[in-house]
Design a protein around this ligand. Structure first.
Ligand SMILES: CC(C)(COP(=O)(O)OP(=O)(O)OC[C@H]1O[C@@H](n2cnc3c(N)ncnc32)[C@H](O)[C@@H]1OP(=O)(O)O)[C@@H](O)C(=O)NCCC(=O)NCCS
Length: 208
């Protein structure tokens, strides 16, 4: 996949986005979500299968839920990266959600959702790498992913991105049908995050 790596790694945060890339032969833009993007998120949410929607913690087909997401963008604790196609429609997104509790302020949760047409093409990897940098700039030292145990493919993807399983919480999630699910917490420690970013040249770029 061709993403403008020099621009992503070496540009200042303001200059870094929007960044252009090609996925599966199609042009895409990676940019930070803004206050006007609610309707785009709802359209993306409505394009998802029932199965995908089951695993979402928010019902992003509903205006109220998406408005709550948009409001969080102004808190400095929360950032969303959107991958949009040539028509401006969302193909995938990544959320970096930093804990608001002081003793966990160094921790952020990463949530990635890739629309079906863009899966298996390295889209999650691309978004995760970009989200790591956003998290580092927010001052985050540890990133976690929270998945239901049934999300075996997604867990495998997180593991291939460098996350390690850290905890299992029994019956911790209740889905929209009332079904209980065990929750797996995977984490990427600051050491591996740091070395990964160093590998991409990000820490050097940040020190400039
Ligand atoms: C899970 C999800 C994010 C993966 O997105 P994706 O764009 O298909 O993933 P990628 O193509 O970037 O793959 C990332 C890595 O995982 C690996 N991978 C992909 N699917 C895999 C699978 N089923 N089993 C094992 N590894 C897999 C890829 O080989 C790749 O590793 P590599 O770069 O070393 O080759 C996507 O399927 C999705 O949005 N699912 C629904 C929502 C969800 O479960 N989100 C996660 C919760 S936060």
């Amino acid at each position: 996949m061709a993403i403008d790596p020099l621009r992503l790694i070496h540009a200042s945060p303001d200059a870094r986005y929007p960044a252009t890339t090609t996925i599966g032969g199609r042009p895409f833009t990676l940019r930070l979500m803004n206050q006007d993007d609610g309707p785009l998120v709802i359209t993306f949410g409505r394009s998802l299968s029932d199965d995908d929607q089951l695993y979402l913690r928010r019902d992003i087909t509903r205006v109220g839920e998406v408005n709550a997401w948009v409001r969080r963008l102004s808190t400095q604790q929360f950032q969303t990266l959107l991958l949009v196609d040539e028509h401006g429609d969302i193909g995938a997104y990544a959320n970096v959600d930093r804990s608001g509790v002081p003793w966990m302020h160094h921790v952020a949760e990463l949530r990635v959702l890739v629309g079906e047409p863009l899966r298996g093409l390295g889209t999650a990897r691309l978004l995760t790498e970009a989200a790591f940098r956003v998290a580092l700039e927010m001052g985050v030292e540890k990133i976690i992913g929270q998945l239901m145990v049934e999300q075996v493919d997604a867990i495998a993807v997180f593991r291939s991105l460098g996350f390690q399983p850290e905890a299992l919480l029994r019956d911790h999630v209740k889905d929209r049908q009332g079904g209980l699910h065990d929750l797996v917490i995977l984490s990427c420690q600051v050491g591996s995050l740091g070395s990964k970013l160093e590998m991409y040249g990000v820490t050097a770029a940040l020190a400039e």
